[in-house]
Design a protein around this ligand. Structure first.
Ligand code: NAI
Length: 699
């Protein structure tokens, strides 16, 4: 049982006790109905208080039950709410801290509600591609008024209880408690005061009207359509709320249920629920228990004040952690600091950052030219030039000066972390922290686990990532780690498509229509085509048999490195990011194609999307099999957070699962027949072939 029953004089108090947020799992639901029965069987009880222990009234559905039959087992949430409504003794909900989703729907089923100030109140189902499914769309508009309820349900965002209590005419909260501390006592007193009131008020009996309903709902629909192009749920929220104003309560409930059930099966909701779980799963490393002790991180050092070093430093400054930056020359430090200043000042100008916060952040930043000044830092992150020789010098210096137990991290994007660790006498303290550019903005962090990286180092870095608001995913050591190793195959397919008949704009448009934030060629222009060029030159040495399109090399030979040179696959106007197709580039591609004796063919958007996305999927299957990633959902997080993969598709692995791995493998076998493609690459990874044959999925 995860609910407690106590008696205070003539008042029964039912307290939800299902940490961390009193999720409404099966045993908690039974606890509520059992409590109600006890209270009714006892003639000395005149009224009932329903509340939650610890950090919440209730956060809603129990995520541990997601997708399991237990979630729907009787008494389900609808039955519990009905039992509350039907109680012949008054029930007072005493809400505090967190009152969300099913938790709020539960409170709305009670006769009275008393709230502590500071309580976060929300119906966040829309964030999982759903609408509230236990009366939220029917009761909240009745209790709060149509417009404020619609805003809450469509956004899913929490609103503080004291703000809701100020809405004129609202019936959501009958009383505000003076404080969270006095809530329990005030709720019992309130329950005593209403013990003889009859008939008992029910939210379902409140009127639900909007003075200009048709015009308002039309406006709301247009607004939602603009905001949530690829997501059906927000629009469905509007439909359900409108029905609350037009249908009888029970008919509205049936309509809500119908919509809720239909949304459960949409790919968008599946994707959002997958991401919700994947995000939580990413922070858990299979062989690093949750209670692994962590090292204390009070201060950071950053080596290199270039593009990445500056962004990395900002992450920690913004989290209130002091940073000391080291460079070889004062000018480099000055330049780095000026950029950090400029970035923060832009936020101040936009009103996103208060001046005093900005001053406070800058006061946490110090600089040095001497390694000896770093000795007290708890963690150092290196972001110097990407050359093994330079990294060697830096790590030998760090090994010399850093205090014992300090964490030594490298932001390398391509180099072997095990080799870097071996430059020190403490490889157990060395780890990769692969940030993405711009490092102060991009949410993704690949934490690269070396052969010898200690478990407490990993646990500490994962926790530090959370502090600086990054989504961290653990990767093993390999060339490119998870994200860039996959993107190389994606880029290679992009090259073949040009050789076979596409223009860069055609490929980009198809991928952007699929939902990618940017097509591969626009992305190349943003990241710098020279980076891919350098990698290819290395590959030509390492893997001479590997097939590549030479088009990108030709582009780089013309100095068209992308946005930074004002020209890449596209042209750019200074200060703007619009990609303008360039006729010379198209001609260059055509000439190259002709020199290879290839007759261009018309290639469908569908083929473009499949070849690029399945290239990611096949490489990812190898990555999973090799244990570089520990779960498929981690790979999805990398692509959603770091590479602009569309959220509503849930990441490449989730997308492949939805398409069906059997179908994915069939397409790969078709691509392998194309003489201009790389047949060897399209041999499905053994893991993928096996899952497809067994009718299974990655996730
Ligand atoms: P950058 O060239 O902008 O900055 C490097 C800085 O390191 C320069 O300011 C340089 O003066 C300084 N430096 C070089 N040797 C040094 C030494 N021995 N001691 C102290 N400072 C030294 O380079 P960027 O782009 O910031 O890259 C840094 C690292 O981050 C590289 O390992 C790179 O592979 C990695 N990385 C880069 C990404 C990007 O998009 N630029 C993304 C992810 C990782």
């Amino acid at each position: 049982m995860t609910a407690k029953y106590e008696v205070h004089g003539s008042v029964a108090v039912i307290t939800l006790e299902n940490p961390p947020v009193n999720g409404l799992g099966y045993t908690t639901r039974v606890g509520i109905t059992d409590g109600l029965q006890k209270a009714h069987a006892d003639s000395t009880i005149k009224s009932i208080v329903l509340t939650g222990a610890g950090k919440a009234f209730s956060g809603g559905a129990d995520i541990k039950e997601f997708g399991s039959p237990k979630a729907l087992a009787e008494p389900n949430l609808l039955s519990v709410i009905l039992a509350l409504e039907n109680s012949s003794k008054p029930v007072v909900a005493a809400v505090h801290s967190v009152c969300m989703g099913g938790g709020l729907e539960l409170a709305l089923g009670c006769h009275y509600r008393i709230a502590a100030p500071g309580c976060n109140v929300a119906l966040p189902e829309v964030k999982l591609g759903l609408i509230p499914g236990a009366g939220g769309t029917q009761r909240l508009p009745r209790a709060l008024g149509v417009e404020p309820a619609l805003n809450m349900i469509v956004s899913g965002d929490p609103v503080k209880s004291e703000l809701l209590a100020q809405i004129p005419g609202q019936k959501l909260f009958d009383k505000m408690a003076a404080s969270a501390e006095s809530l329990a006592e005030e709720a019992v007193a309130y329950a005593q005061a209403v013990s003889d009131t009859r008939p008992l008020p029910l939210v379902r009996n409140l009127p639900c009207r909007h003075p200009n309903g048709d015009a308002y709902f039309q406006f709301a629909r247009n607004m939602v359509k603009g905001m949530a192009k690829n997501f059906p749920a927000p629009g469905k929220c509007v439909d359900a709320i409108e029905s609350a104003t037009k249908k009888k309560f029970d008919d509205g409930m049936a309509f809500e249920r119908e919509i809720f059930t239909a949304l459960m099966f949409t790919p968008e909701s599946r994707a959002l629920r997958h991401i919700f779980m994947a995000e939580r799963a990413a922070s858990k490393v299979p062989d690093v228990p949750q209670d692994t002790p962590q090292r204390n991180i009070q201060s950071i050092a950053v080596i290199g004040a270039g593009t990445m070093g500056g962004g990395i430093a900002m992450n920690f400054l913004s989290a209130g952690i002091p940073v000391k930056m080291l460079e070889m020359k004062q000018e480099a430090l000055d330049k780095g600091i000026a950029i950090i200043r400029k970035n923060y000042e832009a936020q101040v100008k936009k009103g996103k950052l208060k001046q005093d916060k900005y001053d406070q952040r800058m006061s946490l930043l110090s600089t040095t030219l001497s390694y000896d000044d770093l000795k007290d830092a708890d963690m150092v992150i290196e972001a110097v030039f990407e050359e093994m020789g330079v990294k060697e010098k830096v790590f030998k210096e760090l090994d010399r000066v850093m205090k014992p137990g300090a964490i030594l991290a490298s932001n390398t994007s391509t180099l072997d972390m095990n080799k870097i660790a071996a430059f020190t006498k403490r490889p157990q303290d060395v780890v990769g922290m692969h940030f993405f550019s711009p490092a102060n903005i991009m949410k993704l962090l690949e934490v690269v686990r070396g052969e010898k990286t200690a478990k407490d180092v990993l646990a500490t870095v994962m926790a530090a990532a959370k502090k600086i608001k990054k989504t961290a995913v653990v990767s093993g050591v390999c060339d490119g780690f998870i994200g860039n190793r996959m993107i190389e195959q994606y880029g290679r397919q992009g090259g073949f498509l040009l050789d076979e008949g596409c223009t860069p704009a055609q490929v980009d448009k198809a991928m952007e229509k699929f939902g990618m934030a940017m097509g591969p060629f626009r992305m190349g222009d943003l990241a710098g085509n020279d980076i891919g060029w350098a990698i290819r030159k290395r590959r030509y040495q390492e893997k001479p048999g590997m097939k590549y399109s030479k088009t990108a090399d030709l582009l780089c030979e013309k100095g068209r490195f992308g946005q930074k040179t004002g020209a890449g696959w596209y042209d750019y106007v200074p200060g703007k990011r619009d990609a303008i197709p360039n006729a010379e580039v198209v001609k260059m591609i055509e000439d190259h194609r002709a020199s290879l004796g290839i007759t261009p063919r018309k290639i469908s958007d569908e083929e473009i999307v499949q070849r690029l996305v399945y290239a990611l999927v096949n490489e990812a299957a190898h990555i999973l099999e090799e244990g570089i990633a520990s779960k498929a959902s981690d790979i999805d997080m990398v692509y959603l957070m770091g590479y602009g993969f569309p959220i509503y598709r849930g990441g490449p692995m989730n997308y492949a699962d939805q398409v069906g791995l059997f179908n994915v493998v069939q397409s790969m076998q078709r691509f392998a027949q194309n003489p201009l493609d790389d047949a060897a690459f399209w041999k499905p990874a053994p893991l993928l072939a096996k899952l497809a044959a067994e009718g299974k999925t990655f996730n």
